[in-house]
Write a protein that binds this ligand. Structure first.
Ligand SMILES: C[S@@+](CC[C@H](N)C(=O)[O-])C[C@H]1O[C@@H](n2cnc3c(N)ncnc32)[C@H](O)[C@@H]1O
Length: 286
């Protein structure tokens, strides 16, 4: 039996190693049905093998690659990845947690002990209030943007350098609200240039969520922080991913380096939160 592409009308089937393993074992035991997730852990459902089934070889292929996620197309399991000069892919995380983004083998999300979406929610609880306008630098899979929507943000402007990442997010069941909610606008471009074109004082909160400093030093520069300050209203909030506690770059602790640069560019009440690997700061006069 080949993989059947759609479980129900318009609902594509996604699988990771954990769920492929459940399906394989259930088939080996000749069960009539099994409880499984066909959307990368977003929900679970009972699959009746008389209505849906999947080739054991395809399932086996998925089980052997626990760091990849798959979509079933034309009866075969296809890795959710885009490869040109750079490789972009979804990486499953713990059971029932959102997948992470991997760019050229660099993990773009904090994944333990919570999942990437849960971390985004915790950050948004600290940095977004209802009715706020949010600037989201580094869209990625849109988890910060979605967490801002859950906090009743009025609008979210989200900047992403790589169109491939946005394409990947369209394939991720956990990212769908990024594309469906009218409050979100996605701008493709280098944040360093795009932020300088935005209106002064136009955001209440900024998520600055760049890759680690050694990959994008420009996004941790004094000039970047000046640009972010310009678009924030007085008392506006910044939530900035800086990496784990003690993480250093060129002999300097990154959290300290960022703190000093922010202080020099009009930010105050700067606090490093190790559990969230992030700095929170307020813009303007104290
Ligand atoms: C840590 S991930 C962001 C995760 C995202 N906030 C989320 O919630 O899923 C960093 C993102 O920044 C993007 N990026 C890297 N350099 C950039 C730049 N100069 N301008 C805008 N985005 C950039 C990467 O492609 C990647 O998607």
């Amino acid at each position: 039996m080949r993989c059947i592409e759609f479980l129900a009308e318009d609902a594509p089937v996604f699988l990771d190693a954990h769920n492929a393993c459940i399906l394989l074992k259930a088939r080996q035991k000749e069960l009539a049905s099994v409880e499984v997730s066909l959307d990368l852990g977003l929900s679970t459902q009972s699959v009746d093998f008389s209505e849906w089934d999947c080739d054991a070889q395809e399932l086996d292929k998925i089980v052997k690659k626990p760091n990849s996620a798959y979509i079933i197309r034309d009866g075969t399991a296809n890795e959710i990845a885009i490869r040109n000069s750079i490789e972009y892919r979804l990486r499953p995380t713990e059971k029932g947690q959102a997948p992470a983004l991997v760019i050229d083998e660099e993990l773009m999300h904090q994944i333990a002990p919570l999942g990437p979406m849960e971390y985004a929610r915790r950050r948004a609880e600290l940095a977004v209030n209802p009715g706020w306008r949010v600037l989201d630098i580094g869209t990625g899979l849109g988890y910060s943007a979605i967490a801002s929507l859950d906090r009743d943000a009025h609008e979210v402007v989200s900047i992403e350098k790589h169109p491939e990442v946005i394409e990947l997010s369209r394939m991720n069941p956990w990212s769908q609200r990024l594309h469906e909610d009218e409050r979100v606008s996605i701008v493709i471009g280098d944040a360093f240039e795009v932020v300088s074109t935005l209106r002064v004082d136009s955001f209440d909160s900024v998520f600055h969520d760049p890759p680690q400093i050694q990959l994008t030093p420009k996004l941790y520069s004094t000039k970047m922080y000046r640009l972010i300050g310009q678009v924030l209203v007085p008392d506006g909030q910044l939530c900035h991913y800086v990496g784990p506690e003690g993480f250093s770059y060129r002999g300097q602790e990154v959290a300290k380096l960022v703190e000093n640069r922010l202080r020099g560019n009009g930010f105050h009440s700067i606090e490093f939160i190790p559990k969230l690997q992030s700095i929170l700061a307020t813009y303007g006069d104290k």
